[in-house]
Write a protein that binds this ligand. Structure first.
Ligand code: GLY
Length: 231
């Protein structure tokens, strides 16, 4: 929730086959911002903000909702009590590889807790919040947008893959770059064209899950070295 106690969402999607992308930012009353980003990508890559993103969603039959529905009573109370707490990331990201070798990345966020109205972070920015290229890999990031943007975190991780490093090393390289150059916390998930998985973060923890053909159920982690089975 932002400084006004409202939710403004940002989201983007990128297709690694064509490098097509779509992005929205500072939209309200949209049930699934990532679906709007995907629709924009498929329609004509561009970045639509606020009312223009909401109008696009409405005109393309995507699910709208009352903006208050995105805030539970419990969250509202928490916001009132912690109104001065800033920089808590609220981001979900996904990377995928299909059986034809197509990679995709998507990132969606409510920004940071208490952010000023209209602030937009990294999540909807291709190169910072996400990147996908069938020739290399796909990456989605989370964390402090103000730190992620200047090191172009997702592209930094993808470019490290070009040096034929494992995605775990490439993800760690990207986080090391962020730590060396700016203050702030971030994390990234990374998938290469061979389907190898990697992730790294410099926050206390970051929840990650993945699923492959070989697994019966998703592998779920709350910390890098700690996985648990889901029911
Ligand atoms: N990474 C989310 C944001 O800074 O908005």
């Amino acid at each position: 929730m932002n400084s006004e106690g409202e939710v403004e969402d940002d989201a983007a999607m990128m297709d690694g086959a064509t490098l097509a992308w779509g992005a929205i930012a500072a939209v309200q009353g949209v049930r699934h911002p990532i679906s709007v980003a995907r629709k924009i990508m498929e329609d004509k890559p561009r970045f639509l903000v606020a009312e223009s993103g909401e109008r696009f969603a409405l005109e393309h039959g995507l699910e709208m909702c009352d903006k208050d529905e995105l805030v539970s009573e419990e969250q509202y109370q928490e916001w009132k009590e912690e109104a001065n707490v800033l920089d808590r990331p609220n981001t979900v990201g996904c990377v995928a590889l299909d059986s034809s070798g197509n990679l995709a990345a998507g990132t969606s966020t409510g920004g940071t807790t208490g952010q000023s109205q209209g602030r937009v972070g990294d999540s909807a920015l291709v190169g910072s919040g996400l990147y996908a290229d069938n020739q290399l890999g796909a990456c989605s990031t989370t964390g402090d947008g103000e730190s992620i943007i200047p090191v172009v975190l997702a592209k930094t991780a993808i470019d490290a893959l070009a040096e034929e490093t494992h995605p775990d090393q490439a993800a760690q390289h990207a986080i090391n770059t962020l730590k060396a150059r700016v203050k702030g916390e971030a994390g990234c998930i990374l998938l290469d064209r061979q389907g190898r998985i990697g992730w790294a973060y410099n926050s206390d923890n970051m929840a990650v899950a993945y699923m492959t053909e070989a697994l019966q159920q998703p592998a779920v982690f709350t910390e890098k070295e700690q996985s648990f089975a889901i029911a």
